[in-house]
Ligand binder design. Sequence first.
Ligand code: AMP
Length: 339
Amino acid sequence: MINIDGSAGEGGGQILRTSLGLSLITGKPFRIEKIRAGRKSPGLLRQHLTAVNAAAKIGNAEVTGASIGSQALTFKPGNINPGEYKFSIGTAGSTTLVLQTVLPPLMLASSPSSISFEGGTHNPFAPPFDFLSKAFLPLVAKIGPQVTVELIRSGFYPAGGGEIRVRIEPAKSLNRVELVSRGKIKRAEGYALVAKLPDKIAERELAIIKNRLGWESSALHIRRDDTALSPGNVVSIEIEHENVVEVFTGFGEKGIRAEAVAEQAVKEAEAYLNSDAIVGEHLADQLLLPMALAGGGSYITLPLSLHSTTNIGTIKKFMDIDIEVSQIRDKLFKISLNS
Ligand code: AMP
């Protein structure tokens, strides 16, 4: 039984999600204590409980301690069952983070899976739908598994009710991918998504991108989605190079000015554009697991977040993999994984 300390490093839900996925893949049972001890409301929230139940369902696992608020659980994995599933969070909790839990085991399964996830689709502190579809999954496709994702309905805090549908085509063997050059720039665009909110908000956000990044109006777009159950607003800056697409996001919130929402995304995009990093902060922590499963890979990135260093620690609890972090120069690092 592997013992996991949920308060280690970043102390959030990723320790639990990585453990669930790797337990199913390696067949190693684990016990986690102090779940999300680093958060204001520790223990399992609906999103984490849905992730635990989804992992248990696809992997015929035996679980104790799977209830709201629980700060400890034991997970004994069984055989992975690819197929058709539907997982509803029941709140605005992040659908993409529940997907992050079941994707690694299902992308190595013996046959494809089709899954519908209901909940939030654009949540602060989680990968928004566009980051998932345009930045993360194309890199997973280079590693091998072909994963397509469709946004059926956007879901925002507090109502949730969004839906994404995912089709996972597993790969028989995974490729080592080296992300060491961006390649030529192909596209740079900004999007302001407004759901049940006036276009004026989106116009003010796009004006910030125009002024701060000096982009033409033709690269800036308003998106409307009035099918969402509650109002929502997200600013996405997409930067596509030959070898990688990055998506930087600002999340609208009641009481936060549109200009400040756009600034969040602009600041991240600027840091990336002014660096020689190939992948930004969020891709850096999310690529670790698929690359570890591929038996290796590498990428050049910005200084590692606590999410990345914590995820390295969790992966090493389950897998015998060498993960080397070396500094290239000021604010530029290379991560190399080798089994
Ligand atoms: P945790 O806080 O432990 O639940 O993990 C949150 C996950 O969401 C990490 O993998 C983060 O990299 C990811 N994440 C948070 N914000 C963003 C964002 N703006 N874009 C993409 N991924 C994000």
